[in-house]
Each structure stands twice: as C-alpha cells, then as structure tokens.
Design a protein around this ligand. Structure first.
Ligand code: SAM
Length: 283
C-alpha cells in the first residue's frame, strides 16, 4: 500500500459503472478503504482476507497513483484501516447478535466473508449509488452472502431511515450489533449526535455499537495529496465520542490503536490516544 493508493480516487464516471449513478466524493472514500483491504489481503500473513476488495478497485478503474508516496498521514490511514477492519471483524462476530446493522457499509463485504451463525441478518445502509456499485460488482462475481443480507439506500442524516429499517425486517425489541466504521468523521457533531440518538432508540438493552474515537482533524498530519479525503472531514463527535456515549445510555470501552496493533502483531512506532470504541446499550 502506498500513500498514493490512499491519495488516488476514481472519477465519478469511473466509479459509476455503466448503470449506476456516479459516486459522490464521500462515497468514493469507500474505494480508498477497498484499496487498503485489497492490499492487505494480498500480503503474506494478512490480518484478514477480503476476496472482493480488489474487484471493487478494478471495477472503479482507479487512476494511476499520484507522485507523493508514504506521507505520515497516508501510512497512518492505511494502518488504521487495516487494524480497524480486523478489530471490527472480531468484535462483530463476538457480539453474537442475530441482527447486525452496518451503517455506511460502503464496500464492506462482511455480509459475505465472515462466518456468521446461521440466520444472522445483516442490514447494510449507505447512499444509493455506492450500494448499487457494490451490488453490480458482487453480482458480476456471482458472490453469495454468508448471512441473510439486506441493503437499504439511505442518507443517514435524514430522519426516515429508522422506520425504513424496521420495515425491512429489523426488530428493535431484539438485541443487535451496530457498526459505524469510517463514518462519523464525515458528519458534523450535530449530525453524528442525531444519528447515534436514532441508533440508541433502535438498540435493545445489551445491543453493541462499534465505532472509532474521533480525533481533532486540525491536529492530523497534513498531506495535500489526500485533500480529497481530509477536506471532507467534519469531525463527528471528536475525541470525546466515548464520553458522549456514556452520557447517552451506553457503557463504552475504548481500546487504543497501539494496543490493538500490539495484539495483532503489527506494533505501531509510537503510542496514540486514537482507538476504537465498543459500547453496550444499558437497560
Ligand atoms: N464503512 C465502510 C468501510 O469501512 O468499508 C465505508 C467507509 S467509507 C470511508 C465512508 C462511507 O460513508 C461511504 O461509503 C459513504 O457513502 C458513507 N457515508 C457518508 N456520509 C453518509 C451519509 N450521510 N449517509 C449514508 N452514508 C454516508
């Protein structure tokens, strides 16, 4: 994986395929994540194997990498993307929920590649064009989900998605597992709080929520070649995301990235306060 892999992104037309609407800039960030996953999957002793990630990258016909390679920001985004993928894989399976909701699922293929207990329902929500692009690629490969998968095109800033999720078969009375991976940073604090409030209303006691601890975008290392990503950052709930959850009916645990990296045998060169949160809905 190179800096420029992270830096490059498809044009709208390239990512749209022949039948889908063009991807918006924020949806094109899902392709950057797919590129990271394709790279990791091809490494010796990978932390995970996503057998579909390379096909998304190929279908989007990404432009050649830019000249600037290996900036501190790019390396940090790549390490973060790899570690969070594996961490969330493990924690979602450990949650053992019959209902799993992937908020802003992007090109996440967990509904296909994880070994879910029989009968697990996986709901994928994201903006319509990215779900259409994803299904076009997966259908073209003849991919079969390992879960009972449903997709729900939705703008998660809109108030109507919870009702539509229930219409699609989600049962708020039963415990569920929720993942907001790589999402909140693209929302304002108000939008993120609105989204998590809606999640709390749907999450029965004992339900789990996985997400990143927000950082201070202004404190991130600079890399102009990644501006197509960093210019979209709105900060979400920032560094106090777990505190916010604790004040809003969840009991959260933060695991720092360096500890996770150590656990998976990929130690970071320095300590960090960044990390991932697992929260349990209180009764
Ligand atoms: N969670 C996926 C993963 O980790 O592979 C995708 C992460 S990608 C960095 C960010 C995703 O957030 C994109 O798929 C984008 O379409 C989605 N997204 C951003 N804002 C959204 C919104 N308001 N409603 C729905 N999806 C949104």
């Amino acid at each position: 994986m190179t800096t420029s892999d992270q830096a490059s992104g498809p044009t709208s037309d390239q990512a749209s395929g022949s039948t889908s609407e063009p991807l918006s800039p924020v949806s094109r960030t899902a392709l950057s994540v797919a590129r990271v996953r394709a790279h990791e999957s091809a490494r010796p002793e990978p932390l995970f194997v996503d057998p579909y990630a390379a096909a998304f990258v190929a279908a989007a016909d990404l432009p050649a990498p830019a000249a600037d390679r290996g900036s501190a920001l790019a390396k940090s985004l790549v390490a973060h993307g790899i570690l969070r993928t594996r961490f969330y894989d493990d924690r979602l399976l450990a949650a053992g929920a019959e209902q799993v909701v992937l908020l802003a699922a992007g090109l996440d293929t967990r509904a296909y590649r994880l070994d879910w207990p029989a009968g697990t329902r996986v709901f994928e929500l994201d903006l319509a064009p990215v779900l259409a692009f994803k299904d076009q690629v997966l259908d073209g490969l003849g991919a079969r989900p390992s879960s009972d998968r449903s997709t729900l095109p939705a703008d998660l800033r809109d108030p109507d998605w919870p009702a539509r999720l229930v219409e699609a078969g989600f049962d708020p009375a039963r415990p569920s597992a929720w993942l907001a991976e790589g999402l909140l940073v693209y929302l304002t604090a108000e939008e993120a709080a609105g989204l998590l409030t809606a999640v709390a209303d749907l999450a029965a006691p004992g339900s789990r929520l996985l997400l990143e601890k927000g950082g201070d975008p202004a404190a991130a290392p600079q890399d102009p070649s990644l501006a197509h990503i960093t210019d979209l950052w709105r900060g979400g709930l920032g560094p106090d995301t777990h505190g916010w959850l604790d004040r809003h009916g969840w009991t959260s645990e933060l695991t720092t990235l360096d500890r996770i990296a150590e656990t998976y045998g990929r130690p970071l060169s320095r300590a960090t306060t960044r990390g991932f949160i697992e929260a349990v809905r209180r009764p």
